[in-house]
Design a protein around this ligand. Structure first.
Ligand code: DQA
Length: 146
């Protein structure tokens, strides 16, 4: 089973962004946490981060044929990215959306996610653990018939 782990704009700067919102771990450290879990769950992860919406779309289009699901933190693109949403719809892959912060308790513009209606579910507000639980839940969802 292969999962695409996708991060959007500014998430390459985790660790030096506002740590009260996003925590102290870098994206490399979070990806290591996901790798540890993936070994236990016997899944392959393919990591991608970009600050550009089109690059995220290219990655999804190119990797969809080999993938079983998508774990995504689209950063601010979450709140407006209709072309990213279309790429997710076109992929027909199950998606779990994740956020370090609780977007529903922040500014009004962050309370809207254009991705949530095309996602299996969302894990937000638990810092780096949001990613870990999101991966666990996505794999569990993919294994639901087993
Ligand atoms: C974020 C929340 C977004 O609103 C913000 O633009 C980010 C990070 C989060 O993980 O909490 O870049 O996706």
């Amino acid at each position: 089973m292969k999962i695409l782990v996708i991060n959007g704009p500014n998430l390459n700067n985790l660790g030096s962004r506002d740590t009260s919102l996003y925590g102290k771990k870098t994206l490399i450290q979070i990806n290591d946490d996901l790798l540890n879990l993936s070994e236990k769950m016997n899944v392959d992860l393919s990591f991608f981060q970009s600050n550009h919406e089109g690059d995220l779309i290219d990655f999804i289009q190119q990797n969809t044929p080999l993938a079983n699901g998508i774990l995504i933190n689209a950063g601010a693109i979450t709140h407006y990215g209709l072309s990213l949403k279309d790429a997710i719809i076109d992929s027909k892959l199950p998606v779990v959306e994740t956020h370090l912060s609780n977007i529903h308790s922040r500014e009004d513009y962050r309370r809207v996610s254009v991705l949530e209606s095309v996602s299996v579910g969302q894990v937000a507000g638990f810092g780096w653990k949001s990613y870990v639980y999101a991966l666990y839940l996505l794999v569990d969802y993919l294994n639901r018939d087993n």
